[in-house]
Design a binder for this molecule. Structure first.
Ligand code: TMP
Length: 207
């Protein structure tokens, strides 16, 4: 039985969510609130192997093969890390989860959204986050950030502007469909201002 709090962070590449998840983790640590900072893909041993393939395999990967690898990572991660931590009553902060699959493989690659929702349910055995924060940002600004921060882009970052525009649209639509669970924050703002908004959402859900 789930007792903890499950919060996921979502957004297109370059949206700044990783900085924000770390700031919330620091707050939780300072306040002695037990928390697990984790991510998809690539937590744990199997996850790291899948992450390496998903981000750096240098030959074509079929869309269905890609989605099954993300789902395999999710099934493993949910069962062995997320659920046990929630069962102990902790706060799980996860950098990407089910909504990344809907956005990237659904809106980005064009796979059927209903099918992906069903597959997500199988991988997670129905586990849904209590709160999902989507960091929304203009696609060109996000792309500039990626270009500045890395010499070598991964497979997904290499996809062009049009692909990344679809992800943004996707996230906003998913948020509209799930207004209770998903909150959108404007990520074209200072790190401090965005952190304040994250904290407001966290304190509200924690009540
Ligand atoms: P990141 O950890 O640097 O965000 O990289 C993970 C990449 O994988 C990112 O481009 C988003 C992508 N991704 C999907 O396409 N589908 C998924 O289900 C997940 C979790 C991530």
């Amino acid at each position: 039985m789930k007792k903890g709090l499950f919060i996921t962070f979502e957004g297109a590449d370059g949206c700044g969510k990783t900085t924000q998840i770390e700031l919330l983790k620091t707050y939780l640590d300072k306040n002695n609130i037990a928390s697990l900072l984790t991510r998809e893909p690539g937590s744990g041993d199997l996850g790291l192997k899948l992450r390496e393939i998903l981000l750096h395999y240098d030959k074509p990967i079929a869309d269905n093969a890609e989605v099954f690898m993300y789902l395999a990572d999710r099934a493993q991660h949910t069962e062995y890390e997320i659920v046990p931590f929630l069962n102990k009553g902790g706060v799980v902060l996860c950098d990407r989860f089910i909504d990344s699959t809907i956005s990237y493989q659904g809106y980005g690659r064009g796979l059927d959204i209903n099918m992906l929702e069903n597959l997500n349910n199988i991988a997670t055995k129905g586990l849904k986050p209590d709160l999902t924060i989507v960091f929304d940002i203009d696609t060109k600004i996000a792309q500039n950030r990626i270009n500045k921060r890395c010499d070598k882009k991964d497979r997904l970052e290499e996809e062009g502007l049009e692909f990344h525009k679809k992800l943004r649209t996707g996230y906003l639509e998913i948020a509209k469909k799930n207004p209770d669970r998903i909150k959108v924050i404007n990520a074209d703002d200072s790190i401090e201002n965005i952190h304040k908004k994250v904290m407001e959402l966290f304190l509200e859900i924690k009540k």
